[in-house]
Every structure is written in C-alpha cells, then in structure tokens.
Design a protein around this ligand. Structure first.
Ligand code: AMP
Ligand code: MG
Length: 345
C-alpha cells in the first residue's frame, strides 16, 4: 500500500518561511511542488538519485523520459556539461532566466536517473524569484517536471497541484498563477544544426533569428514517428473528457460543431476557444474563454487551466479551437494535438 503523506500548502504570506521549508524538504530527499514562470514544477534535489526516483514514482512518469535540471547561475551550468561553453553562454545570457531548456552533453556529476541513461542533459534557468531562490539556497540543481500526474494537463496554479498530489508529497508552495502556462521550449545544442525538440514559449522564429541555423524536430511537424525528446512520444495533457480539435474559418467551425451536436445527442459539450469565436457559439455549450485570438500569449497560458475547468464542469466532450502553427501557435497546437490525440471533428 502506498503511504499517505500529509500535504502542506503554504503561500508567500511569509516568503522566507516558505523558502526555508521548501529547502528543508529538498535537503531531506523529499519532493516539493513550486511555481515557475511556465507551469508548476515537482522538485527534487537534482543530484540525489533516490529523490529523483521519487519524482517518477509520484507522477507515474515513464522511466525512459528524462528530467530537466533547473539552475540559478552559470557556475552550476559549467559543472553539468563537458561541452565547450563559448556559444552556449551567449545563448544562456540572451534567454535566461526564461522558458528555454537546452540539451548539452552531460558531465559525470549528472545522475543517470536524471537523463534516463542518455549521455545528454536538459538544463534551464527559470524566471521566477521563488524558483531561483530555492535552487540558490539548496545550492544544487533542482530536477522539476510539471507537478501533475503523468498524462494530465500541466498545473498552472497551486490548487491544481493539490488535486493531483495531495497525500503524495509533503509540501506545495502557492505562488499564484504561472505567467506562460506552457512548458519551456527544448532546444538540442549538442550538434549542428541546433534543433527544437519541443516548441514552447520561446518561438522557432525568435530562435532562428538569434541562432541562425536551427531546425524543428520533424516529429513536431508530424513528419516522423520517433521524437528526439523521449517525452514527446507519450500521451500528454489529456482531460477526462474526450477531446477534439476544430479548424477552419469561423463559419466552417460553427458548421462542424452543429454537425457534431446532431450526431452526438444527449452529451454535454464544452468548448475551449477565443472570445471572437465563442460569441457565435450557442449557449447550450459550456464555454471556456481563452481571450482574443490576437493575443496568443494569453490564449496559450489558459489552455491547461481551461481543460481542467471544463472537466470540473463534467462535460463529456471538449472541443478545442485550432490556431495557425506559427509563432506561439506552434507550441499551442503541439499541446492541443496531444490533449486531443490529434483528433479533429
Ligand atoms: P517535462 O516533462 O515537461 O519536464 O519536459 C522535459 C522534456 O524534455 C521531455 O519531453 C523530455 O523527454 C525532454 N528531455 C529531457 N532531457 C532530455 C535529453 N537529454 N534529450 C532529449 N530530450 C530530453
Ligand atoms: Mg509535464
């Protein structure tokens, strides 16, 4: 039988106390859920193999899916890789702290439990004061995938972490809603051309501008079966309800939804879409407003929250509005395709 732990939820009313408690939990080899600027992370001491294994067990994460190490300064970076750092430092200085994860050749101190046996390691410096203070005070890198059960939408607030992890970890830190609500962009810098293995808040267009030679892993573009980031092959971000995408012009989308309702009587339908589209959708449908289609940063930041919210309203089906796969749209569609199993109505 799994041991039930009492899970404490603390906020920043006393910031120093929250920080102290979180550091103590990590030092003792246990897990803490904490805010970052992307989504909430489930943190462990990144150099402690037993603690790292607890992440896999707690989330139900597949053991071949490597973790990201979070750092608070470039001195930590130097210890984690054997790659020459000249070019890498320029990239780090441009994007860190921020939602860019880089893959480098690992050094000996990186545990195999982090990399799932690969000879490369994923590293990021998060842009969140609490996350940075936590790493700085532990004085070691912090391993932190999203703080949800594997397969479910990632948590963008502490209450959602509590829903998934209550009774499983000793501490959750409430730092409010996360800014991006989408995971970091993962870019492989071990070989040229550099390659985006997972789209995220830092866009392909931006990276191409800065790095010059960068490609997108063909798996993301739907052109190959095997992704270079092991995690991309798994079902992800799935709500309880069956989920579908809908695409086309507004009138085409409305027509497809009408048709879907006709074919699926007596089911409760929810829709996750822009305010521009939602105003034309009939009111018998449960709506979740992602804001303006012109503001993809807000749109993307609300996707996971919206999927969870519609699940809470007990809909049977969630229909998600597709966006163009350019700029932030590439990351948004990557998540929505996984949430829906790439099914369109
Ligand atoms: P998350 O589960 O959101 O923390 O995401 C981490 C992502 O980075 C997953 O898709 C992993 O498979 C990927 N990843 C982590 N380490 C590596 C690595 N060394 N090489 C390739 N992909 C990695
Ligand atoms: Mg995750």
């Amino acid at each position: 039988m799994e041991k039930i732990i009492e899970t404490k939820l603390i906020n920043f009313d006393n910031y120093n106390n929250a920080l102290f408690e979180a550091v103590e939990v990590l030092k003792s080899g246990e897990l803490v859920a904490f805010p970052t600027e992307t989504v909430y992370g489930l943190g462990a001491d990144g150099l402690n193999p037993d603690a790292i294994l607890k992440i896999f067990k707690t989330k139900g994460r597949k053991s071949d899916n490597p973790l990201i190490l979070h750092i608070s300064d470039l001195e930590m970076l130097k210890k984690l890789t054997i790659q020459p750092l000249n070019d890498i430092i320029k990239i780090a200085e441009k994007y860190w702290p921020g939602p860019l994860t880089i893959i480098l050749k690992k050094s000996k101190i990186v545990p195999d439990e982090i990399t799932a046996g690969l000879d490369t390691v994923a590293i990021r410096m998060p842009d969140n004061k609490f996350a940075l203070d936590l790493i700085k005070n532990l004085d070691r890198p912090v391993a932190a995938p999203s703080a949800n059960l594997s397969g479910k939408p990632s948590p963008t607030d502490a209450a959602t972490c509590m829903k998934d992890l209550d009774g499983k970890i000793p501490l959750i830190i409430d730092g409010g809603n996360t800014r991006f609500g989408l995971e970091s962009t993962v870019v492989d810098l071990t070989q040229k051309p550099y390659a985006i293995l997972r789209p995220g808040a830092i866009t392909y267009e931006e990276l191409k501008d800065f790095l010059g030679d960068v490609e997108i892993d063909s798996h993301i573009l739907g052109k190959s079966e095997t992704p270079r980031a092991p995690g991309q092959k798994y079902t992800h971000y799935a709500p309880e309800a069956s989920a579908y995408l809908v695409s086309g012009s507004n009138s085409e989308k409305l027509e497809k939804i009408k048709e879907f309702i006709k074919e699926n009587k007596d089911i409760k339908i929810g829709i996750l879409a822009s305010e521009e589209f939602l105003k034309d959708v009939e009111n018998s449908i449960e709506k979740y407003n992602l804001g303006s289609i012109e503001d993809l940063e807000t749109y993307g930041s609300l996707i996971f929250r919206g999927l969870r919210d519609l699940d809470d309203r007990k809909v049977d089906v969630i229909i998600c509005e597709a966006v163009d796969e350019t700029g932030l749209g590439l990351a948004i569609m990557n998540r929505l395709k996984k949430s829906t199993g790439n099914k369109f109505i």
